[in-house]
Design a binder for this molecule. Structure first.
Ligand code: AMP
Length: 219
């Protein structure tokens, strides 16, 4: 049976990084709702403006908009054999939407939860800067660029995400605790939940993650 792998975890837990590695290994597309929404936020339309404001504040975009985004994206042919969700579902309502969708698409949902301490998350997010030209990611605490604010590769000024300021980060943690954390219990009861420690070396986390996923799949 084809599969949907969902990565869940607080902002800064490394969902995007692990999702990308899983996508490379299993050949499933990585669907990041954050990336899709950031793209939609660039449109000079009422919807674009609305999404832009919501993202910058750190609040969640509405379940209605997300339902449409996910339905459209997962209908594309590259999702036929399975896909990886990074950032969806984030509410119980979205989890119900996903259950229905997966049933219709005849796919089994597997959930991976990445756990990281809040102090580490805070530094990962508020210290994160990206090069708009080459996409290289730096962190002022863990991986600073040689010259502050400038990309080592191409000398481009680095950019911070509009929601990586301390105020929006705290709001995102709050949204995670109230809206998203209840999903862990929801999926935990179904026996489809894999939990991993999200601190440490990316490659080591990934290796552990793959062996856990393969353990569940072969059951
Ligand atoms: P991310 O890139 O996953 O950290 O998401 C960035 C922002 O996009 C979040 O803080 C939300 O404002 C919005 N977002 C992403 N995924 C969802 C979702 N499933 N439901 C609601 N809002 C979302």
């Amino acid at each position: 049976m084809s599969r949907v792998i969902v990565i869940i975890g607080p902002p800064g837990a490394g969902k995007g990084t692990q999702a990308r590695l899983l996508s490379e290994k299993y050949g499933y597309p990585q669907i990041s709702t954050g990336d899709i929404l950031r793209e939609m936020a660039q449109a000079e339309t009422t919807l674009g403006q609305e999404i832009r404001a919501t993202l910058a504040s750190g609040k969640l975009v509405s379940d209605e908009i997300l339902a449409e985004v996910i339905r459209t994206r997962t209908a594309r042919p590259d999702c036929k054999n399975g896909y990886i969700l990074d950032g969806f579902p984030r509410t119980i309502n979205q989890a119900h939407q996903l259950e229905e969708l997966a049933e219709r698409q005849e796919k089994e949902v597997l959930l991976v939860r990445a756990m990281v301490h809040q102090e580490v998350l805070f530094k990962r997010l508020t210290g994160r800067y990206t090069c708009p030209k080459c996409g290289e990611i730096y962190n002022v605490y863990f991986r600073p660029s040689k010259v502050e604010g400038i990309c080592d590769q191409d000398g481009e000024p680095l950019k911070q995400r509009s929601d990586d300021n301390p105020e929006s980060v705290l709001r995102r943690f709050e949204e995670y605790k109230t809206a998203t954390a209840p999903l862990i219990e929801y999926y935990g009861q179904s026996g489809r939940l894999i939990e991993i420690d999200g601190e440490g070396k990316v490659e080591e986390i990934f290796e552990k993650l793959c062996s856990l996923i393969e353990g569940v799949i072969s059951r």
